[in-house]
Design a protein around this ligand. Sequence first.
Ligand code: FES
Ligand SMILES: [Fe+2]
Length: 430
Amino acid sequence: MLSREDNELLTRIGPGTPMGELMRRYWLPALLSSEIPTPDCPPIRVRLLGEDLLAFRDTRGAVGLLEAACPHRGASLFFGRNEDCGLRCVYHGWKFDVSGQCVEMPNEPAESDFKHKVRAVAYPCQERNGVVWTYLGPAELQPGFPELEWATVPPEQSYGSKRLQECNWAQAMEGGIDSSHISFLHRDKDRDDPTLTRKGSAATKYITGDGAPQFEIVPTEYGMLIGARRKAEEDSHYWRITQWIFPWYTMIPAAGDIPIGGHAWVPIDDEHTWTWSFNWHPSRPFSDEELSTMQAGMGIHCELIPGTFRPVRNKSNDYGIDRDWQASGRSFTGIKGLSEQDAGIQESMGPIFDRSRERLGSTDAAIIQARRRLLTAASDLQKGIDPPALDPAGYRVRSAGLLLPRSAYNWPELARERVQAIPGVFTASA
Ligand code: FES
Ligand SMILES: [Fe+2]
């Protein structure tokens, strides 16, 4: 459990909060490139870490991310005109380029140089594999771009989606760290998904066969390497090896030669989260079947209400729970879809879960350590100590599922090569 004070520290992420200041030192996935598909298309609202922003793509294709309020008198630039390499406020015509510089001020005398002195708050953007990333921290402290494998493989080997989650980021992310819940929450006897697990696969058998995995955690510079050991065959253990990476990334091992998965749990504000889901294959393009599965919102992705990022099965309809299906035992939850199962149960904890009321067990060890690392990093930053995991190369890791002899206790060593993201090299997991 956490004290009330630490719970506040962990969950509050707005400007000026210790956790918010920590998060602002990292690059973050902000929106899909497809939300601003063409030059001079309409700007869109983006809310991140409690800040109201606007994204637009200018005439040359460059992406801008500006504070929504116009620096003149605060009108929303959402209503602005995206034209001739800038976004023009429709109140008095001031126009800003992607860097935030005011480039036109048509309601001031032509000889005035006031426009040169006005800048909108603007954040740098980079596009990788269909995702626009940004950095909300101090410009002089901007780190290199994190070399996450899904952002660096060729585009035909990577797929990303996002969904709105109606709860605090930390309880969402803790679900991603927690390798124990998959034996229960995600137990669906009929699941046969080319991006997740094939019906009757060995990994599924081991995961459902042993609901009480032993956890071992190796602290690393980027965060943690987490080994969850389950009984497999008579003489072997199934090790599900995942990473938690500062400040909000979690990874999911592939079972066989299928895409690897990962999530980013990025706060919109204290009570809402963008849950990003990524699949990638290190060494080959997706098959048509894999791609169409992801696009249909299956696997770790989610079926969305068209034109929105709100799941079809959401809080307002109890995630479509089918009590007969649940009672039949074919599905543990009666809720269709992995994402919906996760979202449903995480949102059911309330907008911001009060961790002073929880009772943690041994399988919560990784969650306990991740919280501790985050709280320490946030309070260190207040004392002027730089955050961990700012080295772009530190992100070159991937998850793995391994079958190891029961006598093997040095799993981090045995898994060493399998958890490195070596470009183009992939050994299928158990
Ligand atoms: S408020 Fe935007 S130009 Fe006046
Ligand atoms: Fe889950």
